[in-house]
Design a protein around this ligand. Structure first.
Ligand SMILES: *Cc1c(COP(=O)(O)O)cnc(C)c1O
Length: 397
């Protein structure tokens, strides 16, 4: 059951505190079913690979429209295990080599690039589209035409903030160059590109069930989804020590299973995702309306082919203005975040010859310097959203 926020007259009430995210509300809305699902686990006591894991895997695969789903311990591990499985399938080796290049964006969470290093390959960062913040396919084409182009083995498009990448262009390029596509869906569960759900548009996809994500658990969790049965089977082996039999293995594996308890909770929350994503979209529309016409604030753009699920609602402010905006909102009791202040290519981990980039990534660095993430959660009320808008309007005056 979903409790919708009460709609009432929109009044600006600057005394209202608006948290960036209040996970307790989602728990309260589904409390009975979650408590029951947890109690069931305590009764059967099958904590490792319990029946709830397979039930969730099948339910997520159905939700996405088919294929195979393998529950793993986090979104980060989903990326690592998917890459390792792709290496095994495509090269016959346990790991990629430093000579193998995997293209992605630097305006993402650390794990996207870190997973490439952990799989043995070299990340290559290309720039984003300045309006939608996701990978610009023209830069992918340029990367493939560059002097390292022949070393590129794959691409990880990151559907950042809930906005899908241009999966038509990316799929065309991938087919033409025989490179793999691993979608990073950590922020975009339920999002679509031309009416098709992301997560099914490449060779494999990584999902994250980190508590704050659009489908979030009560702890870490993740999933690899793919239409390739052999690839799914490799991921299944890698998540459990590297073999079908963990007492007699053939690959360098991990202990990276999805918790039974998390699967039980996620199974209860999964049916709410589409309705919750609709709520996020309604809140985003309220922000769009309320912030329209403020010259110092740019609201997020949405590509016409993208069904945006607003994991984040991200505005851009003038260079040098961000600290002031954040401070002003904080004083008004409004939570904010900045995802991401440091793009990957500026982290020590990716310095030197650990990564490659085409140019200075101007749109990436501009985004890192100017974005502010506003509160957005499915059960945020209209009054709360109005309070954020009122505070920003007051600031801009
Ligand atoms: C959250 C996130 C991940 C990692 O997921 P975890 O479950 O936290 O390990 C990877 N990529 C992106 C873009 C993310 O936002």
């Amino acid at each position: 059951m979903i409790t919708h926020s009460p709609s009432s007259a929109v009044t600006s009430s600057s005394s209202l505190r608006v948290p960036l995210l209040d996970l307790r509300r989602e728990y309260e809305a589904s409390r009975g079913a979650i408590d029951e699902a947890v109690r069931t686990c305590f009764i059967h006591q099958q904590w490792i690979n319990g029946p709830e894991v397979r039930v969730l895997e099948d339910a997520v695969a159905r939700f996405l429209g088919g294929g195979y789903a393998v529950g793993v311990s986090s979104g980060t591990d989903a990326l690592v295990l998917a890459l390792r499985a792709l290496a095994l399938q495509r090269t016959g080796q346990e790991y990629f080599t430093r000579n193998d290049v995997i293209v992605t964006t630097a305006f993402t969470f650390t794990a996207t690039g870190d997973a490439i290093l952990r799989a043995g390959a070299t990340p290559m960062f290309v720039d984003i589209d300045p309006e939608t913040f996701v990978l610009d396919a023209s830069h992918l084409r340029a990367a493939l035409a560059s002097e390292v182009g022949t070393r590129v083995v794959g691409i990880i498009p990151v559907h950042l903030y809930g906005h899908a990448c241009d999966m038509d262009a990316i799929a065309d390029i991938a087919v033409a160059h025989k490179i793999f596509v691993l979608e990073d869906c950590a922020q975009a569960f339920g999002a679509r590109w031309r009416h098709r759900r992301i997560g099914t548009l490449g060779d494999a996809a990584a999902l994250s069930f980190f508590p704050s994500k659009n489908l979030g658990g009560c702890g870490d969790g993740g999933m690899v989804v793919t239409n390739d049965a052999a690839l799914a089977s490799l991921v299944r082996m890698l998540r459990q020590h590297g073999g079908k039999d963990k007492y007699n293995v053939e690959h360098v594996g991990y202990n990276a299973r999805l918790d039974t308890l998390q699967a039980a909770i996620l199974r209860v929350k999964l049916p709410n995702v589409d309705a919750y994503n609709s709520r996020r979209r309604a809140i985003a529309a309220q922000y769009d309306d309320g912030l329209r016409g403020i010259p110092s604030i740019v609201t997020p753009a949405v590509h016409p082919a993208a069904f945006h699920v607003f994991h984040q609602y991200t505005i851009r402010v003038g260079r040098g203005a961000r600290d002031g905006v954040v401070e002003y909102l904080t004083r008004d009791g409004i939570g904010t975040a900045v995802y991401y202040r440091t793009p990957l290519h500026r982290m020590a981990l990716f310095s030197g010859d650990r990564s490659i980039r085409m140019d200075d990534l101007p749109h990436t660095t501009t985004a890192a310097d100017t974005v502010v993430n506003l509160p957005i959660a499915p059960l945020q009320t209209e009054e709360e959203t109005a309070a954020v808008i009122a505070s920003l309007r007051a600031y801009a005056q």
